[in-house]
Structure formats: C-alpha cells, structure tokens
Design a protein around this ligand. Structure first.
Ligand SMILES: CC(C)(COP(=O)(O)OP(=O)(O)OC[C@H]1O[C@@H](n2cnc3c(N)ncnc32)[C@H](O)[C@@H]1OP(=O)(O)O)[C@@H](O)C(=O)NCCC(=O)NCCS
Length: 210
C-alpha cells in the first residue's frame, strides 16, 4: 500500500474473500471501530451486515486488494425487495437456528443491543423502506483503519454506482449508525442526501447511480 494512486486495487469479490469480509465487518462495526467482543458471538455482525450480501449478490461486491490483503469492501444489492424475499427463504432460518436468543452479556453495553441484532438478522422486512421504488438498491461500505482517508471509499462507491447503473438501477440508499459522524461526513461529501424516511436516530441516505 502506498497511497490512493498506489497499488491497492479495487476488484470484484471472489469466494475466497468471504472470511476477510466477515473480519473487516467485525473490525468496523462499532460506529466505524472494532466490535470484537462487543457481542457474545463475533459472528453476529457479519451474519447480518456482510455475509448475506456476498452470498446473494457476489457480482455487486467489490474489495480493496492490497497485494492479496483485503483492506475493505463495498457490498450492494440491486433489488432490496428481492433480497428481502431471498433472506426470508434462504438466510433467516439458518440465522435463527444459529442464534435462537441473545448470549451471555459482555462487558460492553452497545446502543445497538444483541437482542436487537438478533431480531434484525431474522427480520429482513426491516429493509423495506418507503423509498424502495426510487432507491431499490442499498449498500454497506467498510475499510480497515489503515486504508481509510486515502480515496478508496470514494473509489469503492463509484465502482458500485457504475455497476448498478449498468444494470439499469437508478439510485442506491443506505442506513447508518447515527453515532458514526465520520461516515456521515464522507457520504455527504460524495453527494448523498437524506431520504424522507430518515430519522435522527436512524439516518437513511440516498444517491443516484449516475
Ligand atoms: C467511511 C469510509 C467508508 C470512508 O472511506 P474513506 O476511504 O476513508 O474516504 P475517502 O478517503 O474516499 O474520502 C472521500 C471524500 O470524503 C471526504 N471525507 C471522508 N471522511 C471525511 C470526514 N470524516 N469528514 C469530512 N470529509 C470526509 C474526503 O475528504 C474525501 O473528499 P474528496 O474526495 O472530495 O477529497 C471509511 O472511512 C470507513 O470504512 N470507515 C470505517 C467503517 C465505517 O464507518 N463504514 C461506514 C458505515 S455506515
């Protein structure tokens, strides 16, 4: 890795990246910081916010490849409604079986509780926002700390927007942790705007794909 113009390449996801993606999700899941040990099971966050995406739409996942080391990713789905259907059929049953109830408390008291995380993993209907007609796609983006602030986030978002535009998808949205003020500044800098259903405690932003 040198700088934004250096050797870190953006490339499409490969199946061999799956574990690295789960790890990066965990390492960035606490308002942008490390969530290791926050929940009773470190697999929970990736099972709700990363792995279903690469299983459902591997062609809309892109990674930062730094000479074989994965430094970050953007994960997208083009059709959130179809993703909800898939999640209900294919993902929720296994998730519920693996995580029937919250585990023992940890030393942490996250605002996003383990009980809520477990509900969310089994409840894809939470993704059915009122703006889905105009913003059918949604995304998640995360970079390890040493890859942040080098232009890679912008490049990942540009790559996903172009891939969505190629597929005829007009716009993409995202939901985010209200405490993650750095990510909010990043999205605003890129031109994301607030959607009508956005709330202070549950921000929702969107942007056209071209
Ligand atoms: C948020 C994140 C994806 C941004 O990616 P990044 O590579 O650090 O951002 P970039 O370097 O591509 O920045 C792109 C633009 O946003 C601006 N920007 C980025 N962070 C900013 C901040 N905190 N405040 C103001 N502007 C910011 C940059 O100045 C840059 O502007 P320019 O392209 O016009 O020069 C990345 O920092 C990250 O993964 N953070 C941890 C995980 C996380 O929070 N994920 C999002 C969850 S919702």
């Amino acid at each position: 890795m040198t700088d934004a113009a250096g050797p870190s390449a953006i490339r499409p996801y490969h199946a061999g990246d799956r574990d690295a993606i789960a790890r990066i999700c965990l390492l960035t899941a606490a308002g942008g910081g490390d969530a290791t040990g926050v929940y009773s099971d470190d697999a929970l966050m990736p099972e709700v916010y990363a792995l279903p995406y690469v299983d459902f739409a591997p062609e809309l996942a892109f990674v930062v490849d730094d000479g074989g080391r994965i430094g970050g990713y953007v994960l997208g789905v083009a059709d959130t409604a179809a993703f909800i259907d898939w999640w209900t059929r294919e993902w929720a049953p296994g998730f519920r079986a693996r995580h029937p109830s919250p585990g023992p408390p940890t030393a942490h008291r996250p605002a996003y509780t383990e009980a809520q995380l477990i509900v969310d993993g089994g409840d894809p209907a939470r993704m059915r926002i009122p703006e889905l007609d105009r913003y059918p796609a949604h995304l998640h983006i995360d970079l390890l700390p040493e890859y942040q602030g080098r232009g890679l986030g912008r490049r990942l978002i540009d790559t996903l927007r172009a891939a969505l535009a190629e597929r005829g998808v007009p716009a993409v949205h995202l939901g985010m942790d209200p405490a993650n003020t750095r990510a909010r500044a990043f999205y605003e800098r890129l031109g994301f705007h607030e959607l009508p259903s956005s709330r202070v405690d549950a921000p929702r932003l969107g942007i056209a794909t071209r």
